[in-house]
Design a protein around this ligand. Structure first.
Ligand code: TMP
Length: 219
């Protein structure tokens, strides 16, 4: 099987300050070193229209949206992203590395903000057309460490970070539950380790799953 002709869809998930973006970049660098065509992207956002919706979600007061509106905004952003970036890239054989995707909506809006999971499931079917990741890497970290790291990052987009300790605790448990419910797709990685240790673990995982050393040898 030559995986170079078919795109692979990998998502990174986890709470605040778990190091997803850094790990995504390190995996992107590794894949590029193997000459694999790869697109790094994120949610909410990823296209110019979806980034406009992101602005509405990551800034402002914590209670600026009712939870269902917030869910709809995430799915509006996701529809733009899937239609205009993810689908075309996968079809043309590129690998997609996406910083957050549908698991974040189940964890944040469903488990932590209390939106009925059945509603999220329905929206998911309509918006994603069953486009599910091939692999989801869930970075797990005690919330105090994650929130401290996120605070030290000093970025503006702090709306979700401000949502309180119980919110973030539920979130961590939600990601672990999603992982145990989807053992084929999800792999939990302890994010309380050095950057390079985590990165090596992820690279080994991807190498093994997609036989990349063979691909590399075969050219
Ligand atoms: P980021 O800080 O990882 O870039 O993500 C932006 C925020 O958006 C993050 O705090 C989690 C939140 N989010 C949701 O609440 N639901 C979603 O479906 C997604 C994709 C992100």
């Amino acid at each position: 099987m030559n995986l170079m002709t078919k795109g692979v869809f990998i998502t990174f998930e986890g709470g605040e300050g778990t190091g997803k973006s850094t790990q995504l970049r390190l995996l992107e660098k590794y894949l590029k070193s193997l000459n694999i065509p790869v697109v790094a992207t994120r949610e909410p956002g990823g296209t110019s229209a979806a980034e406009l919706i992101r602005e509405l979600l990551v800034n402002g007061k914590t209670d600026r949206w009712s939870p269902l509106t917030e869910t709809l905004l995430h799915y509006a952003s996701r529809y733009e992203h899937i239609t205009n970036l993810i689908q075309p890239a996968i079809r043309s054989g590129q690998w997609i590395l996406c910083d957050r995707y549908t698991d974040s909506t189940f964890a944040y809006q469903g488990f932590s903000q209390g939106v009925d999971l059945k509603i999220i499931n329905q929206l998911n079917k309509i918006v994603t057309s069953q486009l599910n990741p091939n692999l989801t890497i869930i970075l797990d970290l005690p919330i105090e460490i994650g929130l401290k790291r996120a605070e030290n990052r000093g970025v503006d987009e702090t709306r979700y970070e401000k949502m309180g300790i119980p919110f973030h605790q539920t979130l961590r448990e939600a990601f672990l539950k999603i992982a145990s419910d989807n053992p084929q797709r999800c792999v939990v990685i302890n994010a309380d380790e050095k950057e390079e240790v985590i990165s090596n673990r992820i690279i080994n995982l991807v190498n093994e799953r997609y036989k990349l050393s063979y691909l590399d040898n075969e050219g």
